[in-house]
Structure formats: structure tokens, C-alpha cells
Design a protein around this ligand. Structure first.
Ligand code: SAH
Length: 341
């Protein structure tokens, strides 16, 4: 049976209209689900019994199983077991501006980025919408506190699971539900052009981050196979259109890999690529993993790279690191559990 957490507002409206209810029932239902956090339809006091019965016949209200939680000071990693026995992870980060979570969008990933641990296991399947929604909800419930920011930067390529991700965004943003502000939500993609094009027409002001990680095609082809399908020039062109159409600021993520993409020339090349765009670069210190041969750039090199971008009038930040000891860092999700479970 389908999960009730798969339903966005319009789909809930359709359900009620088709079952003799009214549109306003959708708002009522989503408020009970996401604000009052009911675990059984019988707790709903202001929808008729017959309609609740119909709901129960069509949609289950089950949660995911949390099988493990590892915690460090300001970060916690959650391991969830899905109904078919697969595992996914989400990471909670406590910032001074609020609680942020990084969620997964697929079981495994097909993008094959050379530096990324998550891609070592091929995609098994897309996550259903409810499996993304419940990562957010259940962590909120666990910490008894609101999550204000969501990033889709865990395992998987969100634009390879586009429809479910879009529905997920609508559900967590719904004002009478979880009400996570669209400007507090970030989708990160390796650059699937047709989906970026589609995303331009998505009405919510969600942030888009692009995993660039290289300043030219030769290098990017080596690091990220997707670049052979969607090369940098085409990617930048579509992103310029995207910015113009949406007015939203873009983030370029750039992992610094020692001796690979961290040279002065790379910084200059990167600056000229994105000059004039409404964008900023987020430099990511690489999280070294046992299985992959890349090394993190030295701090002085990171600072040099940063300075060159600054001098060239590019907005740039360096990512704060979380959860290194519990393998909660980017690209390291789940693989350790796979060996232990
Ligand atoms: N598929 C999406 C989202 C998941 S990856 C994407 O490509 O954007 C989230 C981010 O973590 C990406 O920028 C990815 O390149 C980065 N990442 C992967 N492995 C990493 C590692 N070991 N250290 C630092 N960042 C990493």
C-alpha cells in the first residue's frame, strides 16, 4: 500500500474530491500529519469517519525504521532501514542558524564520480517521495526540535529521481505542513542539463548547487563521467539561462583534490568560467576515504585558491566540516555500514 507521506497538497485534494470530501480536507489532513504528527488516522477529529476509513484503505501511515544513530558534538548520522531491506542515511548538522539535514535521494548512485564513496555502489533504486519526507520528519521527532534547512546532498543524484524529488520539495515546503522555507532548501546536482532546464519552471525559490569540481572538460571528464554527456560549456550556458529566468543565486561546489584540480591555473580558469554570474563557489576540503586514492589539498593551497577567486571578484566560501569521525562527511555515507551490517 502507498504511504500517506507520498501525497502533496494537490494530490490530497484530488483524493478527497474523488471520495466525496472537500478540498479543505487536504489542508486539514496535512496539518494533522506534519504539525500534530499523528500516528493513526483515528486521531483526526475534524474529518468524517467514512473519509478516514477511505484514507486508511488507500494509504498507510507507517514510519521508517531507524536502525542506528551515531553522534558527535554538532552532528548526528542516522541509518534508516527501508521496507525492502535497503539502507539509507541522513545527516543532521546543528548550525548557529538552525538545524540542517542532508538527505539521500537514491539507494546507490549511477553517476560514478571518481572521488565519491557513495558512487561505489550502483543505483539500486530511486527513493520514493515518502522515504525522503520521513528522513526529515523522523529526525525532527528524534531531536524534538525543528529542522530549518534541508540539503539533498546525501547518496544519489536528485535529478536522476526528478519527479519524486520535486514532490518531496512541495511537501516539505507546504506552509500548513512542515513549512520549510524554499530558500532554506538546496538541491545539489552533478549537472544533468535537461533536468536543470525543467527545474527552471519549478515555482519554488529553492537553491540549486552544481557539483563542478573541475575547471575544464579534460579534467572534469576524468573526475565525473557525466561530463562526457553534459560538458562544461553547455552546463554553464544552461545555468546562465537558469539564473536569468529564476533570479536565484547558484552555488558551485568545488572539492579541492591535491595536485589534481587545485592549481593556480584551475582557479583562474574557474574564475573566468563563471565571471559575471549570480553565483558563488563553495570550496570543499576533500574528505579522504580509505578506498579512494585522492588526497585533500593542503590548507595553504586551499587558501591560495580562495584568494585567487576573491581577487577575480568571485564570491567564495570554504565549507565547514562536520562529522569526520563518524563518516558522516560527503560521499562517505553508508559504505561503512554496508561492511558492518
Ligand atoms: N549527486 C549530487 C548530490 C550528492 S553528492 C551531486 O553530485 O551534487 C553531494 C556533494 O558531495 C557533491 O558536491 C559531491 O561531489 C561531494 N562529495 C562527494 N564525495 C566527497 C568527498 N569525499 N569529500 C567531499 N565532498 C564530496
Amino acid at each position: 500500500m502507498q504511504s500517506i507521506y507520498n501525497l502533496d497538497f494537490l494530490e490530497a485534494c484530488t483524493f478527497f474530491l474523488e471520495h466525496g470530501g472537500k478540498k479543505f480536507h487536504a489542508e486539514v489532513l496535512l496539518t494533522w500529519l506534519y504539525q500534530k504528527r499523528i500516528t493513526n488516522y483515528s486521531e483526526i477529529t475534524n474529518i468524517k469517519k467514512e473519509l478516514l476509513k477511505e484514507l486508511a484503505k488507500n494509504y498507510q501511515i507507517k514510519k521508517l525504521q531507524v536502525v542506528k544513530k551515531e553522534e558527535e558534538e554538532d552532528v548526528a548520522k542516522y541509518l534508516f532501514k527501508l521496507e525492502d531491506g535497503e539502507h539509507i542515511e541522513a545527516v543532521l548538522m546543528r548550525h548557529d542558524y538552525g538545524n540542517s539535514i542532508c538527505i539521500s535521494s537514491q539507494v546507490g548512485c549511477n553517476m560514478g564520480c571518481r572521488f565519491c564513496e557513495s558512487g561505489r555502489r550502483k543505483k539500486v533504486r530511486n527513493l520514493e517521495t515518502y522515504e525522503m519526507v520521513l528522513q526529515v520528519m523522523q529526525i525532527e521527532e528524534d531531536i524534538h526540535s525543528r529542522i530549518s534547512h534541508v540539503v539533498i546532498m546525501g547518496i544519489g543524484e536528485p535529478f536522476d529521481n526528478y519527479d519524486n524529488v520535486i514532490r518531496f520539495l512541495r511537501i516539505i515546503n507546504y506552509p500548513k505542513g512542515m513549512a520549510i522555507g524554499s530558500r532554506h532548501i538546496t538541491v545539489s546536482t552533478c549537472g544533468i542539463i535537461p533536468k536543470i532546464e525543467e527545474f527552471m519552471n519549478f515555482p519554488l525559490q529553492v537553491n540549486l548547487a552544481i557539483s563542478l569540481h573541475a575547471s575544464n572538460d579534460t579534467l572534469r571528464n576524468k573526475l565525473m563521467p557525466i561530463n562526457k554527456v553534459y560538458p562544461i560549456k553547455d552546463l554553464i550556458e544552461i545555468l546562465k539561462k537558469y539564473s536569468k529566468k529564476t533570479g536565484r543565486r547558484l552555488t558551485f561546489e568545488y572539492i579541492l583534490l591535491e595536485g589534481v584540480n587545485d592549481h593556480k591555473e584551475n582557479a583562474l580558469e574557474l574564475a573566468s568560467l563563471i565571471k559575471g554570474m549570480n553565483a558563488y563557489v563553495n570550496l570543499i576540503p576533500y574528505n579522504e576515504t580509505e578506498n579512494i586514492e585522492f588526497n585533500r589539498s593542503k590548507t595553504v593551497q586551499i587558501m591560495k585558491f580562495y584568494d585567487i577567486l576573491k581577487k577575480n571578484k568571485i564570491h567564495v566560501t570554504i565549507r565547514k566540516e562536520f562529522g569526520k569521525n563518524i563518516s558522516a562527511a560527503c560521499g562517505q555515507l553508508r559504505s561503512r555500514e554496508e561492511e558492518t551490517i
